[in-house]
Design a protein around this ligand. Structure first.
Ligand code: PEP
Ligand code: MN
Length: 348
């Protein structure tokens, strides 16, 4: 099992040159509880035409970095071939990326390749969507294959139109994983949750408050010029500033459970607000259409149908009908108000 000590992973999103890796490694290796130097070698990009990593060439740079700085290296793998190349170049620790965790065939292929290297630690990022069973399933595939040191990484979950982060943190899933798999350490990746460097600090602190077992932070000497994830990377200088400002709790004092619930609730509030913003945007777009089509703002028949449908949902969800009706009525009033303003607007 992985040693129970806080683990700091830092390094660039992607390995871009030996010089870039060298500058970052020189700095981050000095951080307290430094565990591994991360660098993306093969980049699974969402859209075609983006930088996809330097592959084997970058593995050679990383092998030199490991030797020069005497540090452990950590690389994302998405296939058996990646595992085999990483082992050839002496990579110490592996992780499975969010896009791969969601693919049982790919995870099984990696698990099969790992049977030859049972002592190499491997960390599993949560899948892109909040499919808890897929996350657990990927961890179990590795455990069944005999990997001795499996860990998990919370990197947030994709949600349509979610703001202000790139991915929604779901701290309750992190807790569920802890309850179901107490032997698995869970570290948090604030860089991929945030998607924007301005949120890294507060997300690191929240993760610590949620008793994360470590952090994975993307660091780049010149984030604006980074070939991938440029908005969310931070300079080594900023990394140290943030890291030294974090408040760590005593190992033997259990953090106030109420605080953990507050953190989860604040995530849920964020989701509610994000959904409300999305709803109001749709209401405004619809207002323009109604105006152009000469329809009236208020369509009471339709609204009554909406209320009836929601009432049925209340029974299923165990919610009070009176409470839901009150909320829906406030939302409806605001929606009518927004559309009325669109109707009243004088076209210039
Ligand atoms: C990464 O760590 O650079 C990465 C691609 O992460 P994720 O799989 O979380 O998107
Ligand atoms: Mn990245």
């Amino acid at each position: 099992m992985l040693e129970n000590k806080f683990k700091l992973v830092a390094g660039p999103c992607s390995a871009e040159s030996f010089g870039q890796l060298d500058i970052i490694a020189e700095e981050v290796k000095r951080a307290k509880n430094f565990y591994a130097f991360r660098a993306g070698i093969w980049k699974p990009r969402t859209s075609p035409g983006c930088f996809e990593g330097y592959g084997e060439t970058a593995l050679q740079w990383l092998a030199e970095i490991k030797k020069k700085h005497n540090i452990s290296t950590m690389v994302e793998v998405a296939s058996a071939e990646h595992v085999s190349l990483c082992m050839q170049y002496g990579v110490d620790i592996l992780w499975i990326g969010a896009r791969t965790t969601g693919s049982p065939f790919a995870v099984q292929e990696i698990a099969d390749a790992m049977t030859a290297f049972p002592n190499i630690p491997i960390w599993v990022k949560n899948p892109i969507s909040p499919d808890f069973a897929l996350w657990i399933g990927a961890i179990e595939r590795l455990q069944v294959a005999g990997v001795k040191n499996v860990g998990a990484i919370h990197r947030g979950f994709r949600q349509y139109n979610f703001k202000p982060y790139r991915n929604a943190p779901m701290w309750e899933l992190m807790l569920d994983l802890r309850y179901q798999k107490p032997e698995i350490p869970i570290i948090c990746d604030p860089s991929h949750i945030a998607g924007d460097n301005q949120y890294i600090e507060s997300l690191c602190q929240t993760a610590i408050n949620m008793e994360t077992n470590g952090l994975m932070i993307e660091v780049h000497p010149d984030p604006e010029k980074a070939l991938s994830d440029s908005k969310q990377q931070i300079t080594p200088e900023r990394f140290f500033k943030i890291y030294s400002s974090l408040i760590f709790r005593n190992d033997n004092t259990n953090i106030d459970k109420i605080e953990q619930y507050r953190t989860i609730l604040s995530g849920v509030d964020n989701e509610l607000l994000s959904l409300l913003a999305h709803r109001m945007k749709l209401i405004a777009e619809m207002g323009e259409i109604k105006k152009n089509e000469n329809m009236s703002v208020l369509q009471l028949n339709h609204w009554e149908k909406v209320l009836k449908k929601c009432e049925k949902q209340c029974d299923k969800l165990g919610l009070s009908k009176k409470f839901v009706n009150e909320i829906l009525s406030v939302i409806h009033k605001e929606s009518v108000h927004v559309q009325n303003e669109i109707f009243d607007r004088k076209e210039g």
